[in-house]
Design a protein around this ligand. Structure first.
Ligand code: 4AD
Ligand code: MG
Length: 468
């Protein structure tokens, strides 16, 4: 007999080869039935849809079927037919069933009943087998493809920046150190400072918080580049929006100035959201129905809406007006303050009702590399603020003037020994350029409608949590 190769369930539903014998492999979601006939709902991860396998109990003995319980892995062959029942177009009439791996009903944690998101985080090694996480992780994949496609189509070069680095891009001191030193026996100088000479890299090294600085080196050679990789922040923020390890997309474009930067930010997000609408229909429908009835509509709206472009100073006026009219904020509002998420949400959700690109921030609250405006007070930073999410993108035009950049580095006491190579871009053939960083998981929060960032990355790393 010729061997039958396995077909993925997504293909069976797409091609519907009715009347032919097919082979499927996957994990049992449920098994039910009566004395004559059994129904197995099988999922192989290729789609949120289960294939119903109809088992004529006259053809199978009880011993074969007994281990076919929720969570078990099986291989089944049989004829694909039009479904008799409601809710699916195709089903399989089983000829053979082979059990690859059983799942003891007494201990397998994913029984049919609904589980809380908190519980599922504790079993992050198994949660991809649920409908919800299957949908989220398929969408995560689709968004990664959307990102690469967007930049590739526009001539950007995918550039790999280092994960281990000796410089702190954001200057916020939130870096995880990388060392091979014996932490119980550290060599120190007479002032008590650690001597790194004999450490692996011969200097203090850390996990990167951003690939931007190296991205700028690449953009001032290749023209337009993007990075897409993991970044790390040792900030002790236990919020539904922060991870200690997250993925960031960072394009950097030579010759781009503020309007072009904002256009790129807006076009990029809209492209990704539209990609989700076009390529993740079944998963989106599921998430919409189960978690967030307004999800699909919200995504459609963002694709069609023009983002507001708002100078920081005007944003502060709007917030002050709101306070004057009786609106209460927990944190004070004044020119120069770093906006809290309640302020951002007021602007985006209540005042404008659409995404906002905020620009021209006070230089004191932004990083050293942002282009200084002529007013001497503000810099050309751009934060894209989204409903529910808050900041989804942080970007800026870069200060390309050597003297101005150096002055800022000195003002902020950033150690020069770490910065010589960065300053060389301004010494040799400097040019206007701009770029931004999009938090991949923040984008995923928006497109999946999930409410906690721990639920859009397979294995979240947060303070006091590095399980799996
Ligand atoms: O605003 P940030 O800190 O900007 C930078 O790192 C720049 N160097 C980017 C650039 O211009 N190339 O971070 C960029 C984005 C934020 O807008 C947010 O979406 C995300 O990264 N982000 C986080 N996401 C999850 N967990 C965290 N702890 C995050 N910190 C920032
Ligand atoms: Mg930021």
């Amino acid at each position: 007999m010729e061997t039958l190769t396995r077909t993925r369930i997504v293909e069976l539903f797409a091609k519907k080869p009715f009347g032919t014998t097919v082979k499927v492999k996957g994990w049992v979601r449920t098994r039910r039935g009566n004395k004559q006939v059994g129904f197995i709902a099988l999922n192989d991860g290729s789609t949120i849809k289960n294939l119903q396998i109809v088992v004529d109990l006259e053809k199978f003995d009880e011993e074969t079927l007994k281990p076919v319980t929720t969570g078990a892995c099986i291989c089944a062959t049989g004829k694909l037919v039009k479904s008799q029942g409601k809710g699916q177009e195709a089903e399989m009439q089983a000829d053979t069933i082979e059990v690859y791996g059983t799942a003891d009903p007494q201990t397998y944690p994913l029984q049919k009943k609904g589980h809380s998101m908190e519980f599922l985080r504790e079993i992050a090694h198994l949660r991809p087998r649920t409908n919800t996480f299957g949908a989220v992780f398929r969408m995560r994949h689709q968004m990664a493809i959307a990102i690469h496609t967007f930049f590739h189509e526009r001539g950007f070069c995918y550039f790999h920046t280092p994960i281990i680095t000796a410089s702190d891009c954001e200057g916020a001191g939130q870096m995880f150190q990388v060392t091979t030193k014996n932490l119980y026996n550290l060599k120190k100088d007479e002032n008590g400072s650690i001597i790194y000479d004999d450490d692996f890299f011969g200097k203090q090294a850390s996990l990167t918080v951003s690939g931007q600085l190296e991205g700028e080196l690449a953009a001032t050679a290749l023209g337009a580049i993007y990075t897409f990789g993991p970044t790390f922040r040792a900030e002790n923020s236990n919020t539904p929006r922060h991870l200690a390890e997250f993925w960031m997309v960072e394009p950097e474009v030579a010759f781009a100035e503020l309007p072009e930067l904002m256009d790129l930010e807006e076009e990029f997000i809209k492209y990704c959201v539209k990609w989700a609408l076009d390529n993740c229909k079944d998963d989106l429908q599921f998430l919409n129905d189960m978690f967030d009835k307004g999800l699909i509509e919200r995504l459609q709206k963002v694709v069609e809406t023009e983002f507001v472009r708002l100078p920081y100073t005007e944003g502060i006026k709007i917030l002050e007006d709101a306070i004057a009219k009786g609106h209460k904020f927990e944190f004070p509002v004044y020119w120069g303050c770093d906006l809290a998420s309640e302020h951002e949400r007021y602007l985006v959700e209540e005042h404008f009702g659409k995404p906002v690109i905020m620009i021209n921030y006070p230089k004191e609250i932004k990083a050293f590399y942002m282009k200084q405006n002529d007013d001497g007070k503000t810099v050309q930073g751009t934060d894209v603020l989204f409903p529910q999410i808050g900041e989804i993108i942080g970007g800026s035009v870069r200060e390309e003037n050597y003297d101005k950049l150096l002055a800022r580095i000195e003002e902020l006491h950033i150690p020069m020994k770490d910065m010589w190579w960065y300053l060389d871009t301004r010494r040799y053939g400097t040019c206007p350029h701009a770029g931004f960083g999009l938090g991949f998981e923040r984008l995923l929060l928006f497109v999946t409608g999930m409410s906690n960032i721990r639920d859009v990355i397979p294995f979240p790393r947060t303070p006091k949590n590095a399980e799996f």
